[in-house]
Design a protein around this ligand. Structure first.
Ligand code: SAH
Ligand code: SF4
Ligand code: F3S
Length: 468
């Protein structure tokens, strides 16, 4: 049996469970039952939730955002930092009252946090109102898991070994014009602070044919902003024999006729090749924005983090990107207070930030993750001091942002209008990922519009529709 056939079978099996669940639900509820899906973490989780919503819809659920009226609650969790986990524990704890009021409601937890044994054990012991627990590899089996709960006791399904990519899942996307397109899953990099490789498994890529089929469908359905997703998108195709790497895939998606933009995230500097930068520069639909996490400006810390590039490698990449695309917007992730980091190391981070001039930064204070190598390193710097460094970094970035923002005053940008924030006030996103607010009519939502910037800001600009 080819791997393609195995994937088909996996979804065929679920199809029978979808039918069975539908039958039980229609006997149990007069009106369609309501599902609430709460998503934590990164776009990968958002994309996974959209697929699980597709399955729920097929099982006969409609959607709600109110806990009080939910017959099914799915919480898709993130484990990347302690804070993310604490929020999940808090919210899941609070669902106890809902379960008491509505004992028929099924509460399910899934996602990265559930891939950790100690978490699953804690849920089993201390959160008896949780009905179903499953990990990131089991999302396509949601119909089967709901069926098992409807016909039996609590379900714990944490088979981490299953790393196949299952194709053919239905998708219920949150937006009608901005969509996520997962192209690869997992991570092989094992940065020493990071839990992702443990909870998401090894890198594996969808076939170019599957990616292209979904991209075509999205363009046909009117999607105007498509983000290719992966923990390391630029590792796409590694270890596969189809010969399509990420640079080539970008060119393939770019060749689809239509009026749409292409974004991608996240790229790892070690796999950011000249061929990828060339493809970005050549492809007119690919946005002029590169999210390239550097994590630290100190070579000593980069080594301890197992990032596999140096400060000068990173700066060279920035130079290469800007040589090809002078207006490219660069954004990045950075961690403050990695175990053993000194103020001298931190100063190197600060100077890299000043040297590059990022258009925005996602800044994190190091959070120890059980089971990662960094969690057992000595970490003598007190939290209070790390917070002071963090604030220094924020202030530096704020000053850079303010200076950069001035440069766009009076410029006219092409935006994809994304939402009406209040009656008559719209918000859209520019090619460089910057959000702009402007007055306009709600009928423009989902359209490309030209807006002239009147008030540049650090995290958001304001503007007015251009006359053209
Ligand atoms: N695969 C992506 C994103 C990983 S998670 C990448 O490699 O860039 C997103 C960000 O969270 C990371 O870039 C890192 O900056 C941060 N992060 C990951 N683990 C962390 C930890 N233990 N403590 C603090 N920040 C962390
Ligand atoms: Fe985590 Fe590093 Fe993999 Fe990103 S590349 S997901 S930071 S291990
Ligand atoms: Fe969190 Fe998992 Fe994404 S740990 S950041 S949801 S891959």
């Amino acid at each position: 049996m080819s791997s393609q056939e195995i994937f088909r079978t996996a979804m065929d099996v679920q199809q029978t469970y979808i039918e069975k669940v539908r039958e039980v639900l229609s006997a149990r509820y007069a009106d369609p039952p309501r599902a609430l899906v709460q998503t934590y973490g990164c776009q990968q989780n958002v994309s996974d939730s959209e697929r699980m919503k597709g399955l729920l819809q097929q099982m006969g659920y409609v959607f709600t955002d109110k806990v009080e009226e939910a017959d099914f609650i799915l919480c898709n969790t993130c484990a990347v930092r302690e804070h993310a986990e604490d929020r999940v524990y808090g919210n899941v704890g609070a669902l106890k009252h809902h379960k008491r009021a509505r004992p028929d409601c099924i509460i399910a937890l899934c996602g990265c946090m559930m891939q950790q044994q100690q978490v699953a054990d804690r849920i089993q012991k201390s959160y008896p109102h949780v009905d179903i627990v499953f990990g990131t590899h089991a999302l396509h089996r949601l119909p089967e898991l709901i069926w098992r709960r409807l016909t039996g006791g609590r379900v714990f399904d944490l088979d981490a070994a299953d790393e196949r990519i299952v194709e053919g899942l239905p998708v219920k996307r949150d937006s009608a014009f901005r969509g996520w397109l997962p192209i690869m899953y997992g991570c092989n990099n094992f940065c020493t602070y990071c839990i992702v490789p443990y909870v998401r498994g090894r890198e594996r890529s969808r076939t170019p044919a599957d990616v292209m089929a979904e991209a075509f469908q999205m363009v046909e359905a009117g999607y105007k902003d498509i983000t290719l997703l992966g923990q390391n998108v630029n590792s796409y195709g590694k270890g596969e024999d189809h010969g399509v790497d990420f640079a080539k895939l970008l060119r393939m998606v770019n060749s689809i006729p239509g009026d749409f933009r292409i974004r991608f995230m996240t790229s790892h500097p070690k796999d950011c090749t000249p061929a990828l930068l060339d493809a970005m520069a050549d492809c007119e639909k690919v946005c002029g924005h590169l999210h390239l996490p550097f994590q630290s400006g100190s070579d000593r810390i980069l080594k301890a983090m197992n990032r596999r590039y140096t400060r000068s490698d990173y700066l060279h990449l920035v130079e290469e990107a800007r040589r090809r695309m002078p207006d490219i917007a660069l954004t990045s992730d950075v961690i403050v207070g990695f175990p053993g980091e000194t103020y001298e190391d931190f100063k190197e981070t600060l100077s890299l930030v000043e040297q590059v001039g990022f258009s925005s930064l996602f800044t994190f204070i190091y959070s120890p993750r059980e089971g990662t190598p960094a969690a057992s390193l000595p970490d003598p710097v007190p939290h209070k001091e790390k917070v002071a460094w963090f604030d220094e970094l924020l202030a530096a970035q704020e000053a850079i942002g303010r200076k950069n923002a001035e440069a766009v005053r009076g410029k006219t940008l092409l935006l994809l209008c994304e939402e009406e924030r209040r009656p008559g006030l719209l918000a859209g996103r520019a090619d460089n990922n910057r959000v702009v607010e402007f007055p306009g009519d709600a009928s423009l939502v989902g359209q490309f519009v030209r807006v002239t910037i009147t008030e540049p800001g650090v995290s958001m600009h304001r503007g007015v529709l251009a006359d053209t």
